[in-house]
Design a binder for this molecule. Structure first.
Ligand code: HEC
Ligand code: HEC
Length: 343
């Protein structure tokens, strides 16, 4: 008989370990063996991140959309493209991006090195052939010197540019939130409403099923009934579960920036999404009281990192031509003050 109890015990311990749970985050993502992150490479990657030579007509850089002062977002509902037009996706923040297991809402890039050429090739983003961009960098004597130091003896190709940018992106982190402190043993770190929100998140509201681990994501793709905008992906498309770290500080939510407030995201889950009839979603409607919703927001607020990389934009880079217009009343403001906006 005794062996039976032992089996039960072993099985239940294994089940407890498999159960999705919240975990603290610290440190920084590992640099891969093929692209070690030396100090000089990271510095070069940072310069290239702000470099307008990497775009058609030298009009924009990665930082035009991923603004360091806005936690590498842009303060808009959706990204602002070339030719003065709104794109169909929001600009995701890049903090903790080195820990992501795939990139973009459909996971089409697997590594940061692979991702870096995509915005250049996109005619609505940076609009330049990556090798033509590499040629412009090659012609710049200052860059030639820097590359020679970081990649001695190698010709400057876009692959090297991508490596340097990726090394820089792996230094962008955000942690030491109230939740991290709580999970590391400081029981006073979470306010009572945030603790109630956490219990809902892990319990009745079922958020933990997809948002768990140190980044609060399962790194998978799900259809949660987010309304698609016209010309966007078809209804029923699965999107990457987003990390919820610093969620409170974002200016819009979901792949297409459909919601502007966390409360609206929670109400979306409460109704079980807004999928058109006949398209099944992976979430069920929830019963949440007004207090439950405020508690969930309080929990999400406790995910704001204190340790965040916020290098400031170098002078002049914020007024690159073709910058988006200031947002009107219905959208978030362009001013970093939006970070403090009540939700
Ligand atoms: C026009 C604005 C714009 C520019 C310029 C831009 N991005 Fe992005 N970036 C976006 C948008 C929008 C997405 C989301 C696209 C998607 O999910 O399909 C994105 C996604 C990303 C992602 C994936 C993040 C994730 O969590 O999956 C990374 C990494 C990234 N960009 C880095 C860069 C780099 C590096 C550059 C410069 C070489 C750059 N971006 C230039 C708007 C921009
Ligand atoms: C079935 C898996 C699943 C469950 C359960 C789930 N989510 Fe999500 N969540 C996702 C996916 C997938 C996305 C990205 C959707 C998109 O980009 O359109 C997302 C996005 C979000 C976002 C937006 C992040 C951003 O910056 O755009 C928030 C906030 C969020 N979820 C909170 C919650 C909360 C709170 C709950 C519980 C009430 C919950 N989620 C339950 C899968 C899930």
């Amino acid at each position: 008989m005794r062996w039976m109890w032992l089996t039960v015990l072993v099985v239940s311990i294994a089940a407890a370990e498999d159960r999705p749970r919240l975990e603290p985050l610290a440190g920084s993502p590992a640099h891969p063996a093929g692209n070690l992150g030396t100090v000089e490479k990271i510095k070069l990657g940072e310069m290239l991140f702000f470099e307008t030579l990497l775009s058609g007509g030298n009009r924009r850089s990665c930082s035009t959309c991923h603004k360091p002062a806005m936690l590498f977002m842009d303060g808009l509902s959706r990204a602002w493209g070339l030719h003065d037009m709104e794109l169909r996706r929001k600009t995701p923040g890049l903090l903790n991006v080195g820990w992501q297991r795939s990139l973009f809402s459909d996971g089409r890039a697997k590594t940061l090195e692979e991702q870096a050429s995509k915005p250049l090739e996109n005619h609505l983003e940076m609009d330049i052939d990556p090798e033509e961009a590499a040629e412009k960098i090659r012609r710049d004597p200052a860059y030639a010197q820097l590359f020679e130091k970081v990649f001695p003896g190698e010709a400057i190709t876009f692959d090297l540019i991508a490596k340097a940018i990726a090394a820089y992106e792996r230094t962008l982190v955000s942690y030491d939130s109230d939740l991290d402190r709580y999970l590391l043993g400081d029981e006073t770190a979470l306010k009572p409403e945030a603790v109630r929100g956490m219990k809902l998140f892990e319990g009745k509201a079922g958020c933990i099923r997809c948002h768990h681990g140190p980044l609060l994501t399962d790194h998978q793709f799900h259809y949660t009934g987010v309304p698609e905008i016209s010309g966007g992906t078809p209804d029923g498309t699965k999107h990457k579960t987003q990390s919820l770290r610093d969620a409170y500080r974002r200016s819009s939510y979901m792949h297409n920036g459909h919601f502007l407030k966390l409360r609206h995201v929670i109400e979306h889950y409460e109704r079980g999404g807004s999928a058109p009839a006949g398209i099944p979603t992976e979430i069920e409607p929830l019963e949440l009281s007004e207090e439950d919703k405020s508690d969930l927001v309080a929990f999400l607020l406790a995910l704001n990192g204190r340790t965040t990389t916020t290098t400031t934009d170098p002078p002049g880079s914020s007024d690159i031509s073709n910058a988006p217009p200031p947002k009107t009343a219905e959208g978030p403001a362009q001013d970093p003050a939006y970070l403090k906006r009540p939700r």
